[in-house]
Design a protein. Structure first.
Length: 231
């Protein structure tokens, strides 16, 4: 009986003695799973260092100032920066008159070219009164348009301090050629017309009507091209 009791209770007593040590050994194995489920909180200093790309308001650059420098700050006196109504009105008037001068000058090209073409039939030996009348009418229309255009160029107000440069100088220089030519050509043409009407041959100074007209037309065409085309 003693042998049976020892056999039965010996395992139970051994299990009771070993149970505390087994419980302590099993507890650390379950701790890692508990710690992984809980979020880890970092100190404030470490949280700021973890995101270096995010700039704080203290690190932002200063915004540019909205105050722009004025002309007086740059050294320009007020009398040079303020608009002058009188000078502006003068400039507007000059621009308007010169535009009319250009338009009339362009229109004058057409009767001038027609006058040169009809001069062939008006000045030859076998001419008719009709051809001479057409040539005279076209010459008169050319003269009227020319002097009207010249009026707007001459009467355009001058702006003080401006200088003529480039192709405008060529345009003005040629005016000293076609201007007198436009005065002499109709005078010589009237003398030639009177001689032809009397059945006489064109003679004397009236013979210069054709050459003067050609030189005048050529100078006028060059003056127009000087302002119409850039070269």
């Amino acid at each position: 009986m003693k042998t049976i009791r020892h056999t039965v209770f010996a395992p139970i007593l051994a299990f009771a003695l070993l149970y505390p040590s087994l419980a302590q050994t099993a507890t650390p194995a379950s701790e890692p799973s508990t710690q992984e489920d809980k979020p880890v909180r970092q100190p404030p200093d470490q949280a700021n260092q973890a995101k270096p790309d995010q700039a704080t308001p203290q690190n932002l650059p200063n915004a540019p100032s909205s105050n722009k420098p004025s002309l007086s700050d740059l050294g320009f006196p007020p009398e040079q920066t303020q608009a002058n109504p009188k000078e502006q009105a003068l400039l507007d008037k000059r621009t308007h008159m010169l535009k009319i001068h250009q338009k009339l000058g362009f229109i004058t090209l057409f009767p001038l070219a027609a006058t040169v073409v009809t001069s062939v039939g008006a000045g030859g030996r076998s001419t008719s009164k009709t051809a001479r009348d057409i040539h005279t009418a076209l010459g008169a229309a050319t003269g009227d348009l020319y002097f009207t255009s010249a009026y707007f160029a001459i009467r355009a107000p001058r702006v003080p301090g401006t200088q003529t440069r480039g192709q405008i100088r060529v345009h003005r220089a040629l005016a000293w050629v076609h201007g007198p030519g436009m005065i002499m050509t109709p005078i010589l043409g009237a003398m030639a017309f009177d001689q032809k009407s009397k059945g006489e041959k064109v003679h004397g100074i009236a013979q210069a009507h054709g050459p003067v007209a050609i030189v005048t037309a050529g100078a006028y065409g060059a003056a127009f091209a000087a302002v119409a085309f850039k070269f």
